[in-house]
Design a protein around this ligand. Structure first.
Ligand code: CO8
Length: 379
């Protein structure tokens, strides 16, 4: 007679957050942007009057809050972004012997998560750095972080844009289940300010910088006071050009494109909104149903934080009614869109009130398109 063994219970046993010290309000952002518009229109007066160039238009605080729900964003450097003659952060290059900026913020978030999970470097076998943009091509950011923390084992980078954290979580869970690691550190160091076109009114307000961290391990190895069992994970991708950034190592092979607008983030926000909302709502509903969970039993949705209207619509489609602020917590008002880190910030900040046995979903969506749903239960 064959005996079936239950797969081990995999948990998120700790989370960490690094928040940059500097923050930019919509009022500050718009004031700088409008000064930039005045300078641009003055510099290009002749071409604009000759009809060869379109003048730029002002941005507005009212528009930003109404269209997105964003009120401020944290950044690694404020003075560069708020200089109308510069319009991007100052982040000094460092020598090969110094710790890189992205590694530094990842280490800060990692220490926070390790403390919460009661883990030392010796307990961890793998580091995954999962985010929208890596600071360099190689060596992998994850290997630098691994070295900085004194973790043995292995590390690798992965990029699935805004869904990097959920994809990283599934990769971590799978590594634990396969036995290739006892405990995995997943990091999302998002320095979005470095690849945002601050001169473009359509998107200059959207992004902020942050880093999140998670520890994933077996329940039986956890000594944390706060364990979240991963009941199931589901990932989905569908190719779309509606969110795109063409920055890459082949750029220099065609000088005509170097520094062109397409080498920074750009999107067709309306289309993204329309196409991604139903895709994500259907994914959560079908994932819950396949796991045998009633939507009435879903206590919380830690959704990707891109747009308030989007989150209100997704949570309404999932629940069949409007979600309360507790059911779908919002952090994008303070942090803006922090790409893959958004849903993890929400999970980090808004879970302590939940009781043992209560269920929530960490959900990401963004460029690719890519979407991820991780259903968790408080242990
Ligand atoms: N101030 C005043 N007016 C403005 C501004 C502004 N700042 N910006 C645009 N307008 C104008 C437009 O020109 C337009 O005018 P008109 O009607 O005359 O043409 C009007 O306002 C309406 O503009 P939109 O249609 O663009 O406005 P929306 O209501 O659609 O709002 C949003 C725009 C907020 C972008 C919205 O569409 C949205 O949030 N969509 C969802 C996008 C989304 O979720 N994207 C996910 C991207 S994140 C991701 O995948 C990670 C990528 C990697 C990270 C990159 C880091 C840099």
């Amino acid at each position: 007679m064959s005996q079936t063994t239950q797969p081990p219970t995999v948990v998120i046993s700790g989370t960490g957050l690094y928040t940059p010290q500097e923050s930019i309000s919509n009022a500050e952002l718009v004031a700088t942007f409008n000064q930039y518009v005045d300078l641009y229109n003055e510099d290009n007066k002749a071409a604009i009057e000759a009809g060869e160039l379109e003048p730029l238009s002002y941005s507005s605080e009212e528009f930003i809050v109404k269209a997105s729900g964003i009120e401020s964003r944290y950044v690694m450097n404020k003075s560069g972004v708020l200089d109308p003659k510069r319009m991007h952060p100052f982040i000094a290059e460092r020598s090969d012997e110094e710790q890189s900026v992205q590694c530094e913020i990842a280490v800060a978030a990692a220490r926070d998560a390790m403390e919460q999970a009661n883990k030392t470097a010796d307990d961890i076998d793998a580091v995954i750095v999962a985010c929208s943009n890596m600071q360099r091509a190689y060596p992998a950011m994850a290997i630098e972080v691994q070295d900085a923390l004194g973790i043995k084992g292995f590390g690798f980078d992965m990029n699935v844009a805004c869904s990097s954290a959920t994809f990283g979580l599934q990769a971590a869970k799978d590594a634990i289940l396969a036995g290739s690691a006892r405990s995995v550190l997943v990091l999302n160091p998002e320095i979005c300010s470095g690849h945002l076109a601050w001169e473009d009114r359509d998107c200059h307000f959207i992004f902020g910088d942050v880093c999140t961290a998670m520890i994933v391990e077996r329940l039986e190895t956890s000594t944390s006071a706060d364990n979240w069992e991963i009941l199931g994970s589901r990932l989905q991708t569908q190719f779309s050009n509606n969110i795109r950034n063409n920055f890459g190592f082949l750029n220099r092979c065609d000088e005509s494109g170097v520094g062109a607008r397409d080498k920074l983030f750009r999107q067709n926000g309306r289309k993204v909104f329309k196409e991604v909302v139903p895709m994500v709502a259907e994914m959560i509903v079908s994932h819950l149903s396949d796991e045998g969970i009633e939507t009435d039993d879903l206590k919380r949705m830690w959704l990707h934080q891109a747009n308030l209207g989007m989150n209100l619509l997704i949570s309404k489609k999932v629940l069949g009614r409007e979600a309360t602020a507790e059911e779908a917590p919002v952090i994008l008002n303070e942090y803006a869109n922090t790409s893959s880190a958004g849903s993890v910030i929400a999970f980090h900040k808004y879970r302590q009130d939940m009781a043992a046995g209560e269920i929530g979903v960490i959900c990401s969506f963004g460029a690719g398109y890519s979407a991820g749903s991780i259903i968790v239960k408080r242990h």
